[in-house]
Ligand binder design. Structure first.
Ligand code: M6R
Length: 610
């Protein structure tokens, strides 16, 4: 969702802001803008609907703001269409702001401020923040204006603020939306995410909910919501600049698909000690595991699909009941969850609003919570009782790929340990399973090496407007993910079905040449899946099958086959290599259609509003 940047230092502020916004492009946006203090202490704002290329053109036409202190924003529209006027920054009176989040009570605040004589230019909820700050600003005291304003706001926000009277200060505050403070030498940054300032400094502090920061020529000054000074720990980022760059790949998505063998191995290595998964370091002991009666996996999108793989693995191996819940449903369904339950929240970004709310609900109900999160400094990572920090490195493309793989690798390892702690398997089997998982990076690489076949399959889908994915068990979980990946970056209508469920209604949609991508890797149910393939074939479907090397299908059932070499890994682990083929099919389909797979329309990378 929206990206925020802010800078104070000796560099050319416009360059730093534009560079930061470019690094935040992955978050998804439809307009952009910057505001910079110029030499005469006036603020120059340049903003436009569209991508950063449009911003760059506008900067050429209108002249680049010259200065050393400013804020910038990429907007993902919520209130008001994408337009020049709705783009941030917004100024009113003596205040200029950028905002990420949603002000839930903006309508009543707008009414109050209109009564006080404020005029609104945009349709955004954000503009009320600028007006309210101006309303509370008196006696040249910006901090008081901010603390008074924050008392009135409901909803979520990360704010970057400039006060006209203070041309060498950037203020920022947050609740619910991420904001990181970059600490450089004689320069400071505020950014929605670390990659935006990694080029200049690796040192940062995390602004927590209800905290405020002021950047000035003496550094970074932190305050609580009452305006009382507080101390913050300065941390050092482990990510490096190359990880946040394309490194020769045409798109981040392709680079991230290719990184999977390495990041899966790294994540397994970080959990395995002496050949077996060991979670004692994060506080998850065997005794504790034995106390759990049920497991909930709560997540959104791809992370939720990883949860489905996790469910199958935990139930199969540890015989512990698991339910997978869509976070936006879980948080409002008054779930029966509490003591004795383990709630696993899965999130790449660690900032997804619904997943975070699910975590908070589980905690209030007395359940133990465990986060599987890729961003170590994220809110979810910090709020959960225990946290597995997956090691995918920064995932920039909006479509999640490598994060899914490290999530399922972590869930497999949990499943092994649960099975062992509950006495269902002995140490020998625990070691065997772990060794099996260690074989997956090679199988993943073999699947990635099938890129040209994936590209060919994509070429066969070039005129497709609708298609289906089917599979059973782990293959069904994969179908859901394959379908989501394809639709989010190609805009082809696609649905995933449990293969046996199709004939209960959806089969009526199968017509001549409708593609049905069948994931058929699970040996014990292969015959059943083949029967379902026959059913759709009989109705004219064009069948593309993803299967284990050497799988034979009778007659003309299959139109196109992608055989994957899994070596001798158990069926349970084949989602890891198979998903890579599905990701590649989606990637090439997107490219062949002329889309930008890294920045699909309407989507945001981290969904910080509900
Ligand atoms: O950051 P999270 O893992 O919590 O994000 C969850 C979903 O928003 C995310 O997986 C989304 O579905 C992706 N666009 C899928 O590629």
């Amino acid at each position: 969702m929206c990206g925020i940047v802010g800078y104070l230092g000796r560099r050319d502020c416009t360059d730093v802001l534009m560079d930061g916004l470019e690094k935040l492009e992955y978050r998804g946006y439809d307009s952009a803008g910057i505001a910079v203090f110029e030499e005469n202490n006036s603020i120059k704002t340049v903003k436009t609907r569209g991508k950063l290329t449009a911003m760059k053109e506008k900067l050429t036409v209108e002249g680049k703001p010259l200065g050393h202190c400013g804020i910038g924003h990429t907007r993902w529209a919520t209130h008001g269409e994408p337009s020049d006027v709705n783009s941030h920054p917004h100024s009113n009176g003596r205040v200029t702001i950028v905002h990420n989040g949603i002000i839930e009570n903006y309508a009543e605040l707008k009414e109050f401020l209109t009564d006080k004589g404020y005029k609104f230019l945009s349709q955004t909820d954000s503009e009320v923040v600028a007006c309210l700050l101006d309303y509370y600003y008196s006696e040249r005291n910006p901090l008081r204006a901010i603390t008074e304003t924050l008392k009135e706001l409901r909803g979520s926000y990360a704010l970057g603020i400039l006060f006209k009277d203070f041309p060498d200060r950037v203020y920022a505050a947050r609740r619910g939306s991420p904001l990181i403070v970059g600490v450089g030498e004689d320069e400071s940054f505020i950014e929605s995410d670390i990659p935006a300032f990694l080029k200049y400094t690796k040192n940062y502090a995390i602004l927590e909910d209800d905290e405020i920061v002021c950047l000035d020529n003496n550094g970074e000054h932190f305050f609580d919501v009452h305006g009382t000074p507080i101390q913050k720990e300065i941390q050092t980022a482990e990510w490096d600049v190359e990880q946040a760059q394309k490194c020769g790949y045409p798109h981040f998505m392709l680079k991230e698909i290719h990184e999977q063998p390495e990041v899966v191995k790294k994540t397994i290595d970080s959990i395995v000690k002496d050949g077996v998964p060991d979670f004692s370091g994060i506080g998850l002991t065997d005794d504790m595991i034995r106390g759990f009666h049920r497991v909930f996996i709560v997540a959104c999108g791809t992370a939720m699909h990883a949860g489905i793989v996790g469910r199958y693995a935990i139930e199969k191996l540890a015989r512990l009941p698991v339910t997978v819940e869509i976070a936006s449903e879980f948080r409002y369904m008054d779930p029966i969850v509490g003591e004795g339950d383990l709630v696993i929240v899965v999130s790449q970004s660690g900032e997804t609003a619904d997943t975070k709310a699910g975590l908070e609900l589980a905690k209030t109900r007395g359940a133990k919570t465990l986060a599987i999160v890729n961003v170590k400094y994220s809110a979810i990572a910090r709020e959960a009782d225990m946290c597995i920090n997956t090691l995918a490195g920064p995932e920039i493309a909006v479509a999640s790929t490598k994060a899914y793989s490290v999530q399922i690798a972590s869930l497999y390892l949990l499943a092994f340990r649960f099975a062992y702690a509950r006495g269902i398997i002995l140490e020998d089997e625990l070691k065997r399973l772990t060794a099996q998982l260690y074989k997956t990076p090679k199988a993943i690489q073999d699947a990635i090496d099938q890129s040209s076949q994936c590209q060919f399959i994509a070429s066969q889908l070039i005129n497709t407007e609708t298609l289906f994915f089917i599979g059973r068990g782990f293959d069904y979980a994969l179908s859901l993910e394959g379908s989501l990946k394809l639709k989010e970056i190609t805009y082809i209508h696609s649905e995933a079905y449990a293969a046996g469920e199709l004939k209960h209604g959806t089969i009526s949609l199968i017509e001549q040449n409708i593609p049905v991508i069948t994931v058929a890797t699970q040996k014990h149910i292969l015959e059943k899946t083949i029967s379902n393939m026959e059913e759709v074939k009989a109705r004219g479907a064009y069948i593309i099958a993803l299967c284990r090397k050497g799988t034979a299908f009778a007659g003309k059932t299959v139109d196109l086959k992608l055989e994957l070499d899994f070596g001798d890994i158990d069926d349970m682990f084949v989602p890891l290599p198979t998903v890579c083929a599905l990701q590649l099919i989606a990637y090439y389909s997107s490219v062949l259609r002329g889309n930008d797979p890294d920045k699909p329309r309407n989507l945001a990378k981290s969904v910080t509003t509900e």
